[in-house]
Design a protein around this ligand. Structure first.
Ligand SMILES: C[S@@+](CC[C@H](N)C(=O)[O-])C[C@H]1O[C@@H](n2cnc3c(N)ncnc32)[C@H](O)[C@@H]1O
Length: 238
């Protein structure tokens, strides 16, 4: 599998961890392993724990760091970071990096259902488990949908889009990305259609809801600060 992702602020983010060559580090969002590789390159006897909830990312970093005794890979959610580290006997670390968001791989791989440009089953789950975007848009009430679109997407036409979604699904379940993108387009004023893709904000909002991104960010930050030892560093490039 090809995993395309250009790491954000690679050197700046890793520099800011002030890495000790014998330290213990966590990359909570391993993705294609760009930041992890930069951290590993600065360790001698230290250890890096690379976490991701996406099985595609885990397969990529497992392959990329195969045979590197400084590397440990953990499939899981960084919201559970403290437990995941405690489970492998780690109580304190010297640095944590979180490069939050979606990877280019997730966006570009049409079949993952994150993109409003490529037709695919409406999925958007980073972990490839749990409720899909299709489950959400086909079951939530107008009020709940409108709140999600407004809160997580700052979508001005949240209510109109939510009403359009609920009206549409009375006749047919919404199954694909382009079906939802067209539906959103049909429920915003003409002028919005000229200002970037009209589905951009709604897709972002639904992705955040599907992956519970704000809830896990809160627990992830708490876990990171509980794990960091005195003088430890936290870095968030995105
Ligand atoms: C922006 S990419 C990271 C790219 C990575 N820094 C690199 O250099 O290749 C974000 C990654 O974080 C993962 N991710 C997002 N939220 C997560 C969470 N709550 N727990 C674990 N992984 C998460 C995604 O699956 C994705 O692979």
């Amino acid at each position: 599998m090809e995993f395309n992702h250009v790491s954000v602020l690679l050197n700046e983010a890793v520099d800011s961890l002030n890495i000790r060559e014998d330290g213990i580090y966590v990359d909570g969002t391993a993705g294609g392993g760009g930041h992890s590789a930069a951290i590993l390159s600065r360790l001698t006897t230290g250890t890096l724990y690379s976490i991701d909830q996406d099985p595609d990312a885990i397969a990529t970093v497992t392959e990329r760091f195969r045979g590197d005794s400084r590397s440990r890979i953990i499939e899981g959610n960084f919201g559970d970071m403290r437990r995941l580290l405690n489970d492998v006997g780690v109580e304190a670390v010297d640095g944590v990096l979180l490069d939050i968001g979606v990877s280019s791989h997730q966006l570009d791989e049409g079949s993952r259902g994150f993109s409003y440009h490529v037709d695919a089953p409406l999925d958007m789950r980073m972990s490839q488990s749990g409720e899909t975007a299709a489950d959400l848009v086909n079951t939530l009430s107008v009020g709940e949908l409108s709140r999600i679109l407004s809160l997580y997407g700052e979508e001005k036409y949240a209510y109109s889009i939510a009403k359009g979604i609920v009206r549409y699904r009375e006749t047919k379940r919404i199954e694909t990305t382009l079906e939802l993108a067209e539906l959103i387009k049909d429920n915003v004023p003409q002028k919005v259609r000229r200002d970037g893709h009209p589905a951009r904000k709604s897709f972002q909002a639904i992705r955040i809801a599907v992956n519970h991104e704000l809830d896990v960010l809160e627990s992830g930050l708490q876990g990171a600060f509980e794990l960091l030892r005195k003088g430890g560093r936290f870095s968030a490039p995105s």
